[in-house]
Design a protein around this ligand. Structure first.
Ligand code: FDA
Length: 513
């Protein structure tokens, strides 16, 4: 059935009758704005006083800071009954802010379900294998810290930024500095708990069925339900790992080094992940190796002599320390628990490369795109190894065999910058993305759902549901055509009336499509 016309009062009333009032924040509550902005990671979307632009925040009618799965269930049931949709937020990193804002005037009545208070982490083992149950509101930094403090021989493959929310990050895949050895986060998820569109708690993989379990592991957040908790398989790491960071300027041969890296990064031994951060007139080659410096150094020297790597470029530490070091430049692991972030204004886009980009193009990138006003950063993440060996249909993440690397374009500016700085940064990323179209994957031009970009397409709603046809435009880029169709089929089964939806949610594939 389709939703009734929205009743904000009815929704709040229903919540009040079903969950503790101290988890319900309405615009009248003293802490409403503080709670709402608590994990808005992209300052572009922070509310301004008297703001009327759609770019920023369309305010929700309330924020529910859930502490228990039953609170999530109540929010879904009340929302269905009173015509109020939900936006679900775990860590708040969505690049387009879709976990707390709606771009659509038609869906003005929505509430935010904030998972940050639902963040327990518990461990299990059979003596040989180790698992953790982690709630969606935990950050990856909290997960890393809990694992590393418990057992220095264990770890989990996920993104580097410690404030990433487990809920959104895992929902979209989770690429990180151990993926060449152990795959994405979702390649290591073995069970989950989901609240579905009826408000029922599906407490295990068996209860939800294999199709839904497949879809939540990379099909993008919020299309299928609210994932409350994930069971992950922990991976083994040695007691010493090595971080190797080498900077090459254009004058020192950065163009040659990046050109060659395209072949080397994806074919190094699986235990080493060498990403490249390209900015201004330099490239930083940052590697995490699961082992000691003297084991990996000869390989790097022989495969990429352009870097002139020496033992002085290595820093050995524990895996947990490396997670802190790669973020903060020091090994203080307590910092992984810090949920605060400074103001960050950014716009990101992504591409995948399957055929190495020619040296003359890299030269052009450095000369024409990285030495201009508004220029930002390119982050190159090597694939190959384990992440490339997983079949494209095993999870919704299709960018597997044959992918050399992912490119993330980052345009950013500061709070004090005037409008012309943000305009220059936005022009830069749009122009570069257009230029790169000739040099990256085509038909589809692949993109990573966790690097969400509304410019590549948005759903239109036809007869009350998101249209499959409009979803294909962006969906084939994120998931490939067959994974996208499978996701839409699962959506058609578990949420045929499209309760869980946003501008880029999976549309239900129904008979009439
Ligand atoms: P947020 O809470 O904003 O949720 C993102 C999406 O998932 C939204 O659509 C939301 O509704 C949905 N969602 C959230 N919780 C849900 C739940 N429990 N159930 C169902 N749906 C849910 N990515 C990566 O792969 N590797 C990396 O290294 C990085 N690094 C990185 C650094 C920084 C600074 C940023 C801002 C982002 C990244 N990312 C990344 C991208 C990141 O993985 C992506 O933004 C995730 O969606 C973030 O998850 P959060 O829970 O923090 O976001």
């Amino acid at each position: 059935y389709l939703l009734p016309p929205p009743s904000s009062d009815g929704f709040i009333q229903c919540l009040t009758e079903n969950i503790p009032s101290d988890v319900i924040f309405t615009p009248g509550s003293a802490n409403f704005t503080g709670v709402l902005v608590s994990t808005i990671r992209n300052s572009r979307f922070l509310p301004l006083a008297n703001d009327t632009t759609t770019e920023r925040l369309r305010r929700p009618i309330c924020v529910v800071t859930v502490r228990d799965a039953s609170h999530v269930q109540a929010a879904v049931r009340c929302g269905r009954a009173t015509g109020v949709r939900l936006r679900v937020r775990s860590g708040g990193h969505d690049y387009e802010g879709l976990s707390y804002r709606s771009v659509r005037p038609a869906e003005a009545a929505f509430a935010v379900v904030d998972m940050a208070g639902l963040r327990a982490i518990t461990f299990a083992t059979d003596g040989e294998l180790y698992w953790a149950w982690v709630d969606s509101g935990a950050t990856v930094g909290e997960l890393y810290h809990a694992i590393g403090k418990r057992n220095t021989g264990l770890a989990f493959p996920a993104g580097v930024c410690p404030t990433l929310g487990v809920g959104g990050h895992f929902s979209g895949g989770g690429i990180g500095s151990m993926m060449r050895k152990y795959g994405l986060s979702v390649d290591n998820v073995v069970d989950a708990k989901v609240v579905d569109a009826n408000g029922d708690l599906l407490g295990s993989r068996d209860a939800m069925g294999e199709d839904l379990f497949w879809a939540i592991r990379g099909g993008g957040g919020e299309s299928f339900g609210v994932v409350v908790s994930w069971k992950v398989r922990l991976v083994r790491v040695p007691s010493t790992v090595t971080v190797l960071r080498i900077t090459r300027t254009v004058a020192q041969g950065a163009v040659d080094a990046v050109t060659k890296w395209q072949h080397v990064g994806p074919t190094l031994p699986d235990g080493v992940n060498m990403e490249v951060l390209v900015q201004g007139q330099q490239a930083v080659f940052q590697s995490l190796y699961l082992g000691t410096c003297h084991h990996i150094l000869p390989t790097i020297v022989s495969r990429l002599p352009e870097l002139n790597a020496t033992a002085a470029d290595c820093k050995e530490m524990t895996w947990l320390e490396s997670m802190a070091f790669m973020n903060f430049g020091d090994t203080n692991t307590t910092a992984l628990l810090d949920r605060s972030t400074g103001p960050n204004f950014f716009k990101n886009k992504s591409d995948y490369v399957r055929r190495a980009i020619a040296k003359r193009v890299w030269l052009e990138i450095f000369t024409n795109w990285l030495a201009v006003n508004g220029s930002g950063q390119l982050i190159l993440e090597p694939h190959g190894g384990f992440v490339g060996a997983v079949p494209a249909g095993a999870t919704p993440y299709p960018h597997r065999s044959g992918v050399l690397y992912n490119i993330q374009y980052v345009a950013s500016w500061s709070a004090g910058d005037d409008d012309s700085s943000s305009a220059a940064a936005m022009n830069w990323i749009d122009g570069l993305y257009e230029f790169m179209g000739r040099h990256v994957t085509k038909s589809p031009r692949e993109a990573y759902v966790n690097f969400r970009d509304l410019d590549i397409g948005q759903n239109t709603v036809v007869n009350g549901v998101s249209a499959f046809r409009s979803g294909k435009v962006w969906g084939h880029k994120y998931f490939g055509s067959s994974n996208f169709r499978r996701l839409a089929t699962v959506k058609g089964k578990v949420d045929p009336t499209d309760y869980f939806r946003n501008e880029q949610s999976i549309p239900p594939l129904l008979q009439s499509n």
